[in-house]
Design a protein around this ligand. Structure first.
Ligand code: NAI
Length: 331
């Protein structure tokens, strides 16, 4: 039998946490043969709710769940974890300035980075979900220098899955037959959902999405804005954020990272830019990646047209500005 893996979920008493921890305990994230020990962190005002989640996890009698640590102590939460899913953060409230929200999250991610650096397993893989996800991940990377930068990522898989879902709906095909959409850039409304390399499996072979949709106007406008604005649309409909799909996509992100992507398929991950595709190095930017042996690699050599270039640059620009703002909060 495999040794249990310790998985940290921060903000575990929140909405996404509540959807995510049962998925992890069922093996959706790491595989149906991989036992897990869940480490759940939240802040003292949520301690009682967190304990309630722990009670429910016990009651669900998950066969793969070998232990539960539910705590408000960041050191206890981080100790020995090999996977860290960072969902906790400070939400933007009405009337708050961008800088105030950034400042709160910078201080949270700075201190949690230090705890991971000191107490997590050396090869710990980190996924930041909490917004501003790319910039929180960047701060975490800066303050956890001994964790390899390749191990620090942010979630854009939800946006990626939303893009696949929109294409499947439009063409009335199974979502599993659509692949290789790309989310470039920031997990924000400036992200660029790109279908220029996406394909659909059909009875007569694999066909480009552009050829099948045959409606460039829709692909270049409504499709892009629907994916970009989907989070807001869900909040409007549900009065709460997209917790179910965020949790499911977080599992997809870690599962593909650890267990690998299928041959010929790429997925989107927010990763530390090495300058690929002219994206400034030193930003956490969403790229198309393939994963194998527990490592991601940016897909190289995709042709980029002028329309895409502009959108990729605009979202990079926003990330550079976020980075400047985040650094200004450190001083
Ligand atoms: P929520 O407000 O229900 O839960 C957040 C939890 O984090 C709360 O329980 C809160 O007490 C906790 N928390 C706050 N500060 C903390 C700290 N310093 N340490 C540990 N826990 C802390 O929010 P929800 O809906 O679960 O969303 C969580 C985050 O995920 C938000 O930032 C949201 O914007 C983001 N999000 C990201 C998505 C993505 O695709 N990257 C998609 C959907 C949401």
């Amino acid at each position: 039998a495999k040794e249990p893996v310790r998985v940290l979920v921060t903000g575990a008493a929140g909405q996404i946490g509540y959807a995510l921890v049962p998925m992890i305990a069922r093996g959706v994230m790491l595989g149906a043969d991989q036992p897990v020990i869940l480490h759940m962190l939240d802040i003292p005002p949520a301690a009682e709710a967190l304990n309630g989640v722990k009670m429910e996890l016990l009651d669900a009698a998950f066969p793969l769940l070998k232990g539960i640590v539910a705590t408000t102590d960041v050191v206890e939460a981080c100790t020995g974890v090999s996977v860290a899913v960072m969902v906790g953060g400070f939400p933007r409230k009405d009337g708050m300035e961008r800088k105030d929200v950034m400042s709160k999250n910078v201080s949270i991610y700075k201190s949690q980075a230090s705890a991971l650096e000191a107490h997590a397993a050396p090869s710990c893989k980190v996924l930041v979900v909490a917004n501003p996800a790319n910039t929180n991940a960047l701060i975490l990377k800066e303050f956890a220098p001994s964790i390899p930068e390749k191990n620090i990522t942010c979630l854009t898989r939800l946006d990626h899955n939303r893009a696949l879902g929109q294409i499947a709906e439009k063409l009335n095909v199974q979502v599993t037959d659509v692949r290789n959409a790309i989310i470039w850039g920031n997990h924000s409304s400036t992200q660029y959902p790109d279908v220029n390399h996406a394909t659909v499996k059909t009875p007569s072979g694999e066909k480009p999405v552009r050829e099948l949709v045959a409606d460039d106007e829709w692909l270049n406008t409504e499709f892009i804005s629907t994916v970009q604005q989907r989070g807001a649309a869900i909040i409007k409909a549900r009065k709460q954020s997209s917790a179910l799909s965020a949790a499911s996509s977080a599992c997809d992100h870690i599962r593909d990272w650890v267990l690998g992507t299928p041959e010929g398929t790429y997925v989107s991950m927010g990763v530390y830019s090495d300058g690929s595709y002219g994206v400034p190095a030193g930003l956490i930017y969403s790229f198309p990646v393939t994963c194998s042996g527990g490592e991601w690699t940016i897909v190289q050599g995709l042709p980029i047209d002028e329309f895409s270039r502009k959108k990729m640059d605009a979202t990079a620009q926003e990330l550079s500005e976020e980075k400047t703002l985040a650094y200004s909060c450190l001083n």
